[in-house]
Ligand binder design. Structure first.
Ligand SMILES: [Zn+2]
Length: 445
């Protein structure tokens, strides 16, 4: 038995949060979602197949629900584990994993600490690409796991992706092409302090460890911070947003990396609900229908049989989330994928669910590579005279997308298939009219 097993066992004996809180299941209706959210209950997941919603409640919170004038129907899920299976990884095991991969595949991997957590742990990232120590002009894909500490399956998805890409390089034609033509960045475990706390103190811990109460890292990003009741000012709430936008060192580390590597796509893995989420988090905001964001989200959802939508459509308002910030600040096409379902909870049985879940999710992240070869404008301008690219439907003056060219002159504008008027603008301008975009168009000016 390793040390993680010992700690969990002793926590069970001493009677921790595991004994005091319970997962309670309700019918998934708009009024139930609103009720749970307004009372700042810890909504843990939804199930759109059975139309149920679950929350982690204390006895006192459940008593409050029972005392409602209108009777609220609820049940307790059976056989749901409340503590992690010890086969899931802790921060040290993530670091060991990354170092081992790098030792085995030094030519196509590079290890980087993107910054320190509040408690001083390194937040590790691994870059996978050919010529890995060179910043080549190639599109970048970012994938991260575990903004939330108790979502233990999420580093399994990210480490599986790393293993799959490295071990199949030079053997599988598709993987070899992806690694050769893309810069792939994976942050297997983002919330390292929170995860350590999850193993050592509280198996249902979600936030980082700020002042003991913690900040929800996925409500701490600057875009729309505290804008639509999609987070809490209450330090005890599970979605406490922090005292200021990007107040947390973990948030800042992610923001610095994204600004540096300029990803075309991002997936942030969470659990649980079996859904694919795209911007925006606040009702009633949607990305423009002329853009490809929602279409790609729906494609991913179809590949892995998860339901696509915005956070406010599928769950509730969420402000200060990473994907809204990535989309608005750096033109990333970003998704949150919530893996596993209500029958698994946060702590699925490792032997039963781990392989099944990572296998099911492979076509999801693989779709990003496929989509880089789909309808898009890609290329590089060799001097600074062009700064932005404006996209219009052919013959229609309305700009449907303004793309800021990357500092190195590269651009990767992902589009729906269609005919476009494209205007490169800056100190000089150049217009390409009625361009049919049905696949990747390499533009050279
Ligand atoms: Zn989460």
């Amino acid at each position: 038995m390793n040390w993680k097993g010992l700690v969990v066992a002793s926590a069970l004996i001493s009677g921790s949060v595991m004994a005091e809180s319970m997962i309670v299941r309700f019918d998934l209706t708009d009024s139930m979602k609103t009720y749970l959210k307004q009372n700042e209950f810890d909504i843990t997941g939804v199930n759109y197949k059975t139309m149920e919603i679950e929350a982690l409640l204390t006895e006192a919170e459940l008593a409050l629900i029972k005392a409602q004038k209108t009777q609220i129907k609820f049940s307790f899920p059976q056989n749901l584990a409340m503590a992690p299976d010890q086969d899931y990884k802790n921060p040290q095991e993530i670091e060991d994993f990354i170092r081992e991969v790098h030792a085995n595949y030094p030519d196509i991997t590079e290890v980087k600490s993107i910054g320190k957590s509040l408690e001083g742990r390194d937040i590790w990232a691994i870059k996978i690409s050919d010529n890995v120590r060179v910043d080549e002009t190639e599109p970048t894909i970012l994938v991260n796991g575990m903004h939330h500490a108790r979502e233990v399956m999420t580093p399994e998805i990210t480490t599986d992706m790393v293993s799959y890409l490295t071990s199949n390089y030079g053997k599988d034609a598709a993987v070899t092409k992806w690694v050769n033509e893309t810069e792939i960045w994976v942050i297997p475990m983002f919330n390292v302090d929170g995860n350590n706390k999850m193993w050592t103190e509280d198996s249902m811990w979600r936030k980082n460890t700020r002042n003991g109460f913690g900040v929800d890292l996925n409500r701490n990003y600057p875009y729309g911070w505290n804008s639509c009741s999609g987070s809490s000012a209450n330090t005890g709430a599970q979605d406490y947003r922090g005292t200021a936008p990007a107040s947390e060192p973990e948030t800042q580390a992610m923001m610095n990396l994204v600004a540096e590597i300029k990803p075309v796509f991002d997936i942030s893995y969470h659990s649980y609900s079996e859904i694919v989420i795209y911007p925006y988090g606040c009702r009633p905001n949607k990305t423009p229908t002329e853009q490809a964001v929602e279409i790609i989200g729906a494609e991913i959802g179809k590949k892995i049989d998860y339901k696509p939508g915005t956070a406010w459509e599928l769950l509730y308002n969420a402000d200060g989330g990473d994907i809204d910030w990535m989309y608005t600040a750096h033109q990333v096409i970003p998704f949150v994928i919530e893996v596993n379902g209500t029958w698994d909870g946060f702590h699925p049985n490792y032997k039963k669910m781990r392989d099944k879940t990572v296998l099911r999710n492979r076509p999801g992240w693989q779709h990003l590579f496929a989509r880089l070869e789909g309808p898009s404008l890609q290329g590089k301008v060799e001097n600074k005279e062009f700064e932005t690219i404006k996209i219009m439907n052919a013959g229609v003056a309305k700009v449907i997308q303004t793309y800021k060219i990357n500092p190195d002159g590269s651009f990767y504008v992902i589009l729906k298939a269609g005919n476009y008027d494209v205007s490169f603008e800056g100190s000089r301008s150049k217009k390409i009219e009625n361009l049919a975009v049905t696949s990747r168009q390499i533009i050279s000016l």
